[in-house]
Ligand binder design. Structure first.
Ligand SMILES: NC(=O)c1ccc[n+]([C@@H]2O[C@H](COP(=O)([O-])OP(=O)(O)OC[C@H]3O[C@@H](n4cnc5c(N)ncnc54)[C@H](O)[C@@H]3O)[C@@H](O)[C@H]2O)c1
Ligand SMILES: [Zn+2]
Length: 363
């Protein structure tokens, strides 16, 4: 029996999201209709195609023509020049307004491929097949697409919602353990800010999750995706509620900028950021039992150690955060496990807490 997908209703229509161990099969008939008689551009990297090309074949039968477009592996792919090259290849291969794009890969492939689909001929429809845990729980949901500039990450992009997302659990079985661990910080984040059951699941089954035990991982993905879907549906353009998803990211982004993206990974940086948010929250009344549980779980997940740092560049990076408004910076803080708020905190208070939070690594 076909499993019905999650639906994310947004300004431009509905995104259908299939999850779990049979997602590819469950989605096949609808994707077949969407592709029927069209040219489809499948954007992926050589590494992912090698592992998972066959998994897609069952989806493609009705397409008039399948054109494979490659991007480099990892963050290197997310540039304006990749987008230009993809668009030119699409023109040469006969791309039209009603051609289709499918992205197959992690968050880098879906960000750059979604952006290319969003600007080609002012926007053509696309579907996403996320193959990393991070892409399944985060990057594939919400319609944000974009690329990096040498000066700043994710600084050029647009909202372009996919028509559908197929997050099949089988892709995660080939994912390196380090990628699972990095993405698990985002899963814990969702637990802290909105879903106590998800938080408990990670608490009780961390070892299984980090070894990609299929059923447990599928449950965690489903819960994390459901939260993000609800938040995006309530607030597509990141006015208010969606901002809660930035828990841990204010300090996290600043640390990534100051330490260097190559030296500190995003998950680790967000882990440190969530630890700091917990400290700020405790000073405002978060119960110490909850704060201790958050610290214990992050401790078990284990963040990479920070190198020695100076305070001034961190504060400067926090001030320049992309999420900052003219009116200042709002911090996302846990109120309890499963609930969070957005709080204005003075720079002086932040600096005071940060000095003690970072005391072991400040120069
Ligand atoms: N658009 C959004 O809302 C959003 C949200 C969060 C993150 N992102 C973006 O996502 C990107 C990070 O995504 P990521 O963590 O998926 O990294 P990634 O796309 O770079 O993939 C990580 C590595 O995993 C490999 N890989 C992918 N699938 C695999 C599989 N099934 N088996 C084995 N290896 C596999 C890739 O080849 C790559 O080397 C960042 O650029 C970030 O900015 C976007
Ligand atoms: Zn993140």
């Amino acid at each position: 029996m076909a499993v019905s997908p999650l639906a994310l209703v947004h300004e431009g229509g509905t995104t259908r999201i299939w999850l779990g161990a049979t997602a590819l099969t469950d989605a096949a008939s609808e994707v077949a209709l969407w592709l029927a008689g069209r040219r489809v551009f499948v954007i992926s990297s050589a590494a992912v195609r090698e592992l998972h090309r066959e998994a897609l074949e069952g989806l493609m039968g009705t397409a008039a023509e399948v054109v494979e477009l490659n991007v480099a592996d990892g963050e290197n792919a997310k540039t304006m020049s990749t987008v230009e090259r993809l668009a030119r290849e699409m023109v040469v291969a006969g791309g039209k307004r009603d051609s289709r794009v499918i992205t197959l890969g992690g968050g880098t492939v879906s960000d750059v491929g979604g952006f290319a689909a969003g600007c080609f001929l002012r926007g053509i429809e696309y579907g996403q097949v996320p193959t990393t845990l991070l892409a399944q729980v985060d990057a594939s949901i919400g319609g944000k697409t974009g690329v990096n500039l040498p000066e700043a990450k994710n600084s050029v992009g647009l909202f372009h919602q996919p028509r559908w997302v197929v997050s099949d659990a089988r892709f995660l079985s080939t994912l390196p353990a380090r990628e699972l661990r990095q993405a698990m910080f985002e899963v814990v984040k969702v637990g802290i800010l909105a879903d106590p059951v998800l938080f408990e699941l990670v608490e009780s089954s961390l070892a299984d999750l980090l070894t990609a035990a299929p059923e447990t991982l599928a449950r965690a993905v489903e819960r994390a995706v459901s939260v993000k879907v609800a938040m995006v549906a309530a607030d597509e353009r990141e006015g208010d509620r969606r901002r809660l998803l930035n828990l841990g990211h204010t300090l996290g982004h600043a640390l990534e900028t100051v330490v260097g993206h190559g030296r500190l990974r995003h998950g680790d940086a967000v882990g440190h950021g969530m630890l700091f948010a917990t400290t700020l929250a405790e000073a405002r009344g978060l119960a110490s039992e909850d704060a201790d549980r958050i610290r214990a779980l992050l401790g078990r997940l284990g963040m990479a150690q920070l190198p020695s740092l100076k305070m001034a560049p961190i504060l400067e990076a926090i001030r320049r955060d992309k999420k900052a408004r003219e009116s200042g910076l709002a911090w996302v803080l846990p109120l309890a496990i499963g609930r969070a708020e957005i709080a204005d905190i003075s720079e002086l208070t932040v600096e005071k807490h940060l000095a003690s939070f970072l005391k072991d690594c400040l120069e």
